[in-house]
Design a binder for this molecule. Structure first.
Ligand code: V47
Length: 376
């Protein structure tokens, strides 16, 4: 495949040619892609690579979020979700029974995944987390428990005085199936110092993911973009993810997370939001730069449905899931996005974008479906 005539004069033609030939992009290539205004050419190349790897397939899954508590000992400036104390307005913390009650209607519903994250709770014992996982595993056998960001895992190690491997092994024994990609934010120290200085640093984030991979626990990864980070800091972030993946191969999916500015300290600085083009560029450059991470996710809850459809033509091959009851984005200004989608609507969204919806499990195994009934 060569560059079409319409993009022949693109200032990033050489970079795009490398990417579609399967050659690895350098740090400088990545910075040039973020800097260019030639976004159509970048999107075209990302779509080529997406189609080389996944054809027209767009994965989705039936999942459900469990945000068990928003009480958090940290106060990250981008976060609208946390409350310092359980007595603060808008705070909640569920017992294990309340967690079970919250998801009881999903028993035997074909659900593939619970996505479980909370704040870094200052008081709950480690046994709360193992009990929650084993209770969910027993009540919902077959549903993968994708639980706890690297920040929560790092805190469990601090709380118990155990190693990351010990903590992760105990969680795995209790039912942990994989880790979500959160807590990565932007790895550069300058950014972390300004937006989330108290929590685990980037080296620790990587130690958690590496320890998980060594135990056979796959993970996802993210980048929270569109606030104070520079293009160089974005590429540095992607390069560190690519380096880990070269080492372990344990990451399934990259999810670029668009910053939402409502109800948080960073948003109150009137930073605004990333532009529509920046949103698409982050998807496309994720696809082009992360040549060793198989899946790029257009997380519709964060993007909105229409931008998520566009992202499916800009390198993304996954749209996440039915996602009932998600709080992190709803509290940060994504209220215009619905809180859940039926499987049928999710499939329509993918079809409207000209893609083929394919149901998957948490590990990207395809779920065989009954053929659609033929109208007679
Ligand atoms: O780590 C917090 C981000 C993340 C805001 O692994 C914000 O499949 C934007 O990681 N504006 C948690 N972003 C969500 C997450 C995730 C989402 C979907 C799928 C997967 C997966 C993982 O949300 C946090 C933080 O980076 N976040 N506040 C905000 N105001």
């Amino acid at each position: 495949m060569s560059i079409p005539t319409v993009f022949a004069d693109s200032e990033v033609r050489d970079v795009l040619e490398k990417a579609i030939a399967g050659d690895r992009l350098s740090f400088d290539d990545g910075v040039r892609l973020f800097a260019t205004h030639d976004v159509a050419a970048v999107g075209w190349a990302a779509n080529q690579v997406r189609e080389q790897r996944h054809g027209n397939t767009t994965y989705y899954l039936k999942n459900r979020h469990i945000n068990y508590s928003n009480v958090c000992k940290y106060d990250c400036f981008f976060c609208s979700f946390f409350r310092k104390s359980k007595d603060d307005e808008g705070a909640w913390e569920w017992t294990v029974d309340q967690v079970l009650d919250h998801v009881k209607d999903f028993k035997d519903s074909g659900l593939q995944e619970f996505h479980i994250v909370g704040g870094v709770h200052p008081d709950l014992p480690f046994s709360y987390y193992t009990d929650m996982l084993s209770a969910l595993r027993d009540a919902h056998p077959g549903v993968t428990l994708k639980a706890f960001t690297a920040i929560e895992i790092a805190y469990f190690a601090e709380l118990t005085g155990k190693s990351l491997t010990e903590v992760l092994s105990e969680l795995k024994d209790a039912g942990l199936g994989m880790l979500p990609g959160g807590g990565a934010e932007v790895f550069a120290d300058r950014v972390r110092y300004k937006v989330c200085r108290d929590k685990a640093d980037s080296d620790r984030w990587f130690e958690v993911h590496e320890a998980a991979h060594a135990l056979g626990i796959p993970t996802n990864c993210t980048m929270l973009y569109g606030h104070i980070e520079t293009h160089e800091e974005r590429v540095d972030h992607l390069q560190r993810l690519r380096d880990l993946q070269d080492k372990t191969g344990g990451m399934l999916s990259y999810i670029p997370l668009r910053f939402h500015p409502d109800n948080n300290l960073l948003g109150s600085k009137k930073l605004g939001e990333p532009s529509g083009l920046d949103v698409l560029k982050n998807v496309a450059i994720g696809r082009l730069f992360l040549d060793n991470i198989p899946h790029i996710k257009a997380y519709w809850v964060m993007l909105g449905i229409k931008p998520a459809q566009l992202a499916l033509a800009w390198g993304a091959n996954d749209i996440d899931g039915t996602v009932t009851w998600e709080r992190i984005y709803q509290m940060a200004g994504a209220e215009t996005t619905p809180e859940e989608m039926t499987e049928q609507r999710l499939r329509e969204v993918v079809l409207e974008a000209g893609r083929e919806p394919v149901e998957r499990d948490a590990f990207y195994n395809v779920i065989e479906r009954e053929p659609e009934p033929v109208a007679t």
